[in-house]
Design a protein around this ligand. Structure first.
Ligand code: GLC
Ligand code: MG
Length: 422
């Protein structure tokens, strides 16, 4: 949250399963479209929040399976666990707040008496969340009587049904909506209230996200029955809630355009990348385009033209070097020559490249230090290189920039060395 000095231009608060992540899209194309848009146009001044029903364990599993970006804030277990930053530091104030009128043992004891309820796996049972599976036709009646029983026991709980199968019992003050409201309050107290917030979801536990004042909402086109029902009953005429025509992450991009929240064209949708420009020089934007061209060249999705290689040489300093993750140094122009030879080597194969955590510092009026994770996914699996680039802006040239130094380190290499200081 402290990454930005001031208020975020846009804060996206998105559910993961069937919203950010399309489990019916094996190539993850809509997610990769979103990633390219976010890193090129938003990462530097906006906040990305994931709000998932998953526990930390299942969330980490999803991150290994899918090309998810690193969010600034992660809200897990249906709004009962809030963590900040890459290291996922927990918000202990939120945990203490949720302890009010909550007694997990009573919830477990009472709900176990219902034969219709089947416990979810142990990883999904959390300090402020007890979760079951229940058949659709039984759900409503069970929720009603369980709520009555727990109220008699002096508890104030919230029971949520999602995905036509999952039933979560949480403290009344919890839930995705309450967690978002808490976050907004915190940001406001720090004078960092985002200029715009967009909540994105597909199922029952996301409904609350759409009830928070001053928040735009998008229900992706593949939204579940229970969410559409909630919308029809509670928010039919609310212009702040948009039902997208597109599925999952593509629906989120569509909503950015619908509400006019900022750039809504993913570089992945631009055929001629040389036409993809921003008003102000943004190193993240340039590097996303650079690696997209790299992907397309190797997939044989651009023409094999000498002009492309010439342009690449023009934007790399002739005496610049790339320090390869294997620990060898190559002149940048030699790397471009080798790259030229790789045309089409990934044709027809699984091969995608995406950037995450792009951050840039202007170290001189004409020079930037840019750091990011460069991911490559291929048939062999996926790998990440922590990459640092030094680039100069060249306002007087058509290309507008020159890379002078690239340094890469494998992120999946050796175990951390002890006593390694610099
Ligand atoms: C996720 C969680 C599960 C929860 C469901 C709905 O699938 O893993 O525990 O019930 O979201 O909130
Ligand atoms: Mg979902």
């Amino acid at each position: 949250m402290d990454r930005l000095a001031g208020p975020a231009r846009l804060m996206i608060v998105s559910d993961l399963d069937h919203t950010m992540v399309d489990h019916h899209d094996p190539e993850n194309l809509s997610l990769l479209r979103f990633n390219a848009l976010w890193e090129s146009n938003y990462r530097h001044d906006s906040l990305l929040v994931f709000s998932t029903g998953r526990s930390p364990t299942l969330y980490k599993e999803l991150r290994k399976e899918k090309p998810l970006l690193t969010p600034d804030i992660t809200i897990m277990s249906v709004g009962t666990e809030i963590t900040y930053g890459e290291l996922m530091a927990p918000d202990s104030g939120w945990e203490r707040f949720l302890d009010r009128k909550w007694n997990r043992d009573i919830v477990v004891a009472e709900s176990s008496k219902f034969p219709e309820l089947k416990f979810q796996s142990a990883s999904e049972q959390r300090p402020h969340k007890v979760s079951f599976y229940v058949q659709k036709d039984k759900a409503e009646a069970v929720m009603k009587s369980l709520n009555e029983i727990l109220t008699i026991q002096g508890l104030d709980v919230k029971i949520i049904y999602s995905g036509g199968i999952d039933l979560d019992i949480l403290p009344q003050g919890a839930g995705k909506g309450q967690a978002l409201a808490y976050l907004l309050k915190k940001l406001k107290a720090d004078q960092k209230l985002p200029l715009n917030t967009l909540a994105c979801g597909d199922s029952g536990n996301d409904a609350e996200l759409f009830s928070i004042p001053d928040v735009h909402g998008v229900m992706v086109s593949n939204a579940q029955e229970e969410l559409l029902k909630w919308h029809a009953e509670n928010a039919r005429n609310n212009p702040k809630i948009f039902l997208a025509n597109e599925r999952c992450a593509s629906g989120i991009i569509e909503a950015i355009g619908h509400f006019g929240l900022g750039p809504n064209i993913s570089p992945r949708d631009v055929e001629d990348l040389s036409t993809c420009k921003t008003n102000n020089f943004n190193p993240g934007h340039e590097l996303v385009l650079f690696y997209l061209l790299y992907e397309r060249w190797r997939r044989e999705e651009v023409e094999q033209s000498a002009a492309t290689i010439e342009t690449m040489k023009k934007i790399t300093s002739h005496n610049g070097v790339l320090i390869h993750p294997f620990g060898v140094e190559h002149p940048l122009h030699e790397c471009i020559d080798a790259f030229a030879m790789s045309y089409g080597d990934k044709k027809g194969k699984q091969f995608r490249v995406w950037l995450d955590r792009v951050s840039s510092t202007q170290v001189h009026p004409d020079a930037w230090l840019v750091k990011f994770d460069k991911w490559e996914m291929s048939d062999e699996g996926r790998r990440c290189c922590l990459t640092t680039v030094v680039l100069n802006t060249k306002k007087d040239t058509a290309e507008g920039l020159m890379l002078v130094h690239v340094h890469q380190t494998w992120m999946d290499g050796f175990a951390a060395q002890q006593n390694w200081f610099f």
